[in-house]
Design a binder for this molecule. Structure first.
Ligand SMILES: [Zn+2]
Length: 1013
């Protein structure tokens, strides 16, 4: 900043893209750049500037870019709304106040435009604020037309010289998003002030940004959560001596996971940001967070990088990240770095919308106090240590303010914007090149397309998967006629077995094969600009246990076709692109009633819409067939619905809406059936965390399955749970709190109550969720007794992952134990499971093999002896005999007696309880009677088939173990899941395991075969 470099004329079109490509790296491009310095001719807002100095706790926590505020006669500063400056202690505005200010800016200056970009689940508005020169804002549509062409090179026939012209004319869009994570509170005020600076500052450095590009700002991404956070903070200001309630809810459904939704796009905030990013054809999506001191530009992070991004992007990360660190380090700001422990494998992060749509994803972690208090903060040694990538580490102990945070955020953003503008022709050309390389993908690296066959047995789930892709702006086509493609020869890995198998391998060389697809099959062409996101979602993932990265940041596998339970073929044969096909705008599974008769049947293929239909048609009589049957020339699987007492017209309408194919039958099938009822469902959450259960609520709400949402505290207060409910769902708490934490909650032995309810101080806390006078108490022993009674009297309790551990460890079930493993490492992966008992209603509609989401178990073991821990198998199979005389299969002897054969040992499968021995039956009061024993519905696949996508290390510990178990308890059942069947909108193929349990709650024993002894 000390050197006064001449202001370079960056007028449009001066630099050809060719020049920039030939130019050396960005690091040397600084020559001729405008230095960051204020315009001495422009007056500063003295009182505002004085407060900046006052609230900044050390001079090195500021920079020459933001240590002053330029004044304006016409444009109000953030003080107009905040009553103080941005980042002032004690000041945290609601989203509404932030919007009010942005709209004041819009009114006061032709350099600002505010756009409404949609609403949240609770109906709050989301906005995007564009700041640029009046000319740029006037020509938005014209500019967008240019960007559209660069974003879709097919429109200019992949003509590079045409692209160069557009690159020379287009104004790029840099999109910044703030406070998706509600306890990370600094971004809204930082972005208010940033918008002001970009609007009024006349320094050449800022002018260049304003004239050269469009800065687009969504100051609050998680609007519902922001308002709750501000409530909590105000409560804290009003009760300064009290502990304040932790932010148990952010958005309506999920908390921190709102930044893991960019694959499934199930949350409004994701959809709104995605539509804005893609609609504006922005080049960058830069998301602001606060969890690392002082500024971790985790854009570069660490490997492994997502395998589906263009390497051009990973180079851009390096360029921008390195320059960002360099600029801020030169300002003397400590603790700025860009490498770290964040890997960019999963595409679930909000910023990754850009990476998957040919832009540049960026993310800042800055430092924050979770509110606007100025506090002394002490860092962990790990946080302030010097590392190879953090040569200028943060200080071990410091006073930190929200203003410090705002200084870092704004300085980082301004240097980024300026650097981006300096190199915008390069980045715009890259934007085009990444799109072009996507279009050329089929012939370059492949695949040519993904095909979803028209004869898919689950057309409803297929349509849901296609709709996710459409939300992602992926084009979908449909084949006009049947076609055949050739499949590549899959090279078998050489077996390290014997010579015999090698010889055999040589003889049976794999032959090329073909695959036929019927007319109407869906084709997702890879020669389209957004092929990348489709490829990333539909492909398989493999994370090697030998990868140097030992702590994956998030899930390692997500293959959508597998998790949706629908067929997806990866086709490399380029011929597929020449098939006659048409673009599909609305994907809808065909549905309705066909045939004649007053009895109706729907084949069961585990489509969640069946449950929706049950609840929608409350008065219809529905039954499930306990065996498969043929009728009217059609085959119906076990669990198929037989429907009576319904008007054909009503059923036809409902079935069309839901994409369900109904067959009217002449006569009712003679097969054994049981009623399928609309169970009364209670959905239980803790006050410890609502993160993981939120995805279950979202799924049930989408499917229109009604439920009462109650907390563990409420259980004890209900006299007779059975009188109110048939099924209690207790989805995962989310961080394995252990059984005592669920019972005890947070301690009440000291401290003050932590209320979660609406008051004049906290008008937004509850929303449409739950409330309590004190979050601290848990289920309690009374509540546990109530749960136990509920099950004993005939209720069904359904648990998953950590709540399954709770149910086994606290003794709600007999004969099943659950344990975690230190050695096994399954980090959010897609695993194979196998159907064990297809006669169980829980399995209705499923086939032999089902893919499921698993995050390290738990590992279930079964026993037929009450109170016994199931056996654990570690390492290899046990051997057949003990040490002694003879060969491995010879009998031993007792001295003086002739050799005798030992009685045949009873064997069992890993997922089964070991058979009861004669010894155990002697006075066998602990032997669980056959009717009370656990029934395994699904098990994990064998070790070699376990991994479908992601990371599996030490998988032999969970291989073949039960994955879904139905445990009779008194007159009721506890259904335990080791997998998480409902997760992030990604696992729709396993939803029906939960829905089947609900609908068949009073017939779960259907088809059950008891052991003889
Ligand atoms: Zn965050």
């Amino acid at each position: 900043m000390a050197d006064s470099r001449r202001v370079r004329n960056t007028a449009l079109g001066i630099f050809s893209a060719l020049f920039l490509i030939l130019a050396p790296s960005a690091a040397t491009a600084a020559d001729g750049e405008t230095a960051p310095a204020r315009d001495p001719k422009q007056a500063i807002d003295e009182p505002y500037t004085a407060k900046i100095q006052k609230y900044t706790t050390a001079p090195y926590f500021n920079s020459p870019l933001v240590n002053y505020l330029p004044s304006s006669n016409t444009v109000p500063t953030p003080e107009a709304v905040l009553g103080d400056i941005a980042g002032a202690p004690g000041v945290l505005p609601y989203a509404e106040d932030v919007y009010k200010y942005m709209r004041m800016l819009e009114k006061a200056s032709p350099r600002v435009k505010v756009f409404s970009i949609g609403t949240t689940e609770e109906g709050r508005e989301m906005i995007a604020v564009a700041v640029s020169s009046p000319e740029n804002l006037k020509n938005l549509e014209e500019n967008r037309a240019r960007l559209v062409k660069l974003a879709d090179p097919r429109t200019i026939k992949l003509d590079d010289s045409e692209a160069d012209k557009l690159v020379g004319q287009a104004v790029p869009v840099y999109y910044i998003t703030g406070t998706i994570h509600s306890p990370e509170t600094g971004a809204p005020t930082a972005l208010m002030e940033l918008a002001y600076r970009l609007t009024v500052d006349e320094s050449p450095y800022i002018q260049e940004i304003r004239d050269g590009m469009i800065t687009l700002i969504t100051p609050v991404v998680e609007v519902d959560g922001r308002d709750r956070m501000v409530d909590i903070y105000r409560w804290h200001l009003a009760h300064p001596k009290d502990f304040y309630p932790p932010l148990i809810y952010w958005g309506k459904y999920v908390a921190h996971d709102n930044n893991r939704d960019a694959m499934g796009v199930t949350l409004k905030l994701t959809e709104n940001v995605l539509n804005t990013y893609v609609g504006w054809k922005a080049q960058v999506l830069h998301d602001l967070h606060e969890s690392v001191p002082y500024l971790y530009d985790n854009t570069v992070g660490d490997g492994p990088y997502n395998a589906w991004v263009d390497p051009i992007l990973t180079d851009e990360w390096q360029m921008i990240g390195a320059r960002n660190v360099a600029d801020m380090t030169k300002f003397g700001m400590p603790g700025v770095f860009t490498h770290g422990d964040f890997d960019t494998w999963s595409p679930g992060y909000l910023m990754f919308i850009a990476a998957m749509h040919n832009g540049i994803s960026r993310l800042y972690e800055t430092f924050g106090n979770g509110g606007a208090d100025t506090q002394e903060r002490t860092l962990d040694p790990e946080e302030y240590s010097r590392t190879w990538f953090r040569q200028n580490p943060p200080l071990p102990k410091t006073l930190w303010s929200q203003r410090d945070n705002n200084n870092y955020e704004q300085t980082g953003l301004l240097t980024s914007l300026h650097y981006f503008n300096e190199n915008k022709r390069l980045f715009l050309k890259n934007f085009y090149l990444k799109a072009k390389r996507s279009v050329m993908k089929p012939a370059a690296e492949g695949p040519a397309a993904y095909v979803l066959p028209a004869d898919e047995p689950r057309p409803g789930l297929q349509a849901e998967l296609l709709r996710v892709l459409q939300k992602q702006a992926v084009e979908i086509s449909r084949a006009k006629s049947a076609f055949t493609v050739s499949l590549p020869v899959k090279k078998e890995k050489p077996k390290k077995d014997t010579k015999d198998t090698k010889e055999a391998d040589k003889k049976k060389k794999p032959e090329p094969t073909t695959r036929d697809f019927p007319a109407g099959s869906y084709i997702i062409r890879m020669d389209q600009p957004y092929a990348r996101i489709a490829d990333a979602l539909l492909d398989h993932q493999y994370w090697s246990p030998d990868d140097p990265q030992k702590t994956p940041y998030d899930d390692t596998g997500w293959t959508f076709g597998e998790l949706f339970g629908v067929q997806v073929a990866r086709v490399t044969d380029l011929k597929v692109l020449d098939m006659a096909m048409e673009r599909v705008v609305n994907v809808h599974a065909p549905g309705g009633v066909k045939g004649d008769g007053a009895v109706f049947a729907i084949n069961n293929n585990a489509e969640p819409a069946l449950a929706t239909l049950r609840y929608k048609m409350k008065d219809a009589a529905m039954e499930a067939a306990e065996e498969q049957f043929d009728s009217s020339g059609k085959k119906f699987t076990r669990g198929s619905l037989v429907i009576r007492k319904v008007s054909r017209a009503d059923l036809d309408r409902a079935a069309s809406d839901l994409g369900l194919q109904v067959v009217a039958l002449g006569t009712a099938p003679s097969v054994k059936t049981h009623p399928v009822r609309a169970a009364r469902v209670a959905f239980v959450h803790t006050w410890l965390s609502t993160q993981t259960e939120g995805w279950w609520r979202l799924a049930l709400d989408d499917l229109k399955i009604p439920y009462d949402y109650i907390s563990t505290q409420t259980i004890a207060k209900i006299d007779d749970l059975n009188a109110k409910y048939d099924v209690i769902l207790f989805p995962p708490v989310g961080y394995s709190p252990g059984p005592t934490a669920i019972i005890n909650g947070m301690t009440t032995a000291w401290g003050n109550p932590l209320p979660w309810k609406n008051t004049p101080e906290t008008p937004n806390l509850v929303g449409k969720n739950d409330s309590t006078d004190d979050m601290r108490p848990g289920l309690g022993w009374d509540g546990l007794a109530k749960l136990q009674t509920f099950v004993q009297k005939g209720g069904v309790l359904l648990t998953a992952t950590d709540t399954s551990r709770f149910a086994t460890e606290i003794g709600l079930v007999t004969g099943v134990s659950a344990h975690a493993s230190e050695r096994m490492k399954i980090v959010g992966s897609v695993l194979g499971t196998r159907l064990v008992d297809g006669a169980s209603p829980i399995a209705y509609g499923y086939e032999e093999k089902v893919a499921a989401y698993c995050d390290n178990g738990p590992i279930f073991s079964l026993s037929s002896i009450a109170g016994a821990r199931g056996r654990r198998r570690l390492g290899n199979e046990s051997h057949t005999r003990a040490t002694g005389r003879g060969t491995a299969d010879d009998p031993d002897f007792t001295v003086g007696r002739p050799a005798t054969e030992a009685p045949e040992e009873l064997t069992s499968e890993i997922w089964e309880a070991p058979p009861v021995t004669d010894e155990q039956r002697r006075n066998g009061f602990r032997v669980i009677p056959p009717a009370n024993r656990a029934r395994v519905i699904f098990r994990y696949a064998d070790k070699k088939d376990l991994l479908i996508s992601g990371l599996v290390e030490g998988g032999d510990e969970i291989a073949q173990r039960p994955a879904v178990v139905d445990v009779p308890a008194g007159k009721g059942h506890v259904v335990l899941f080791s997998i998480n069947p409902v997760y992030r909108g990604e696992t729709r193929g396993t939803y029906s395991m939960v829905l089947n349990t609900i609908l068949n709650f009073d017939s779960l024993d259907a088809g059950r075969k008891l052991a003889e002894k």
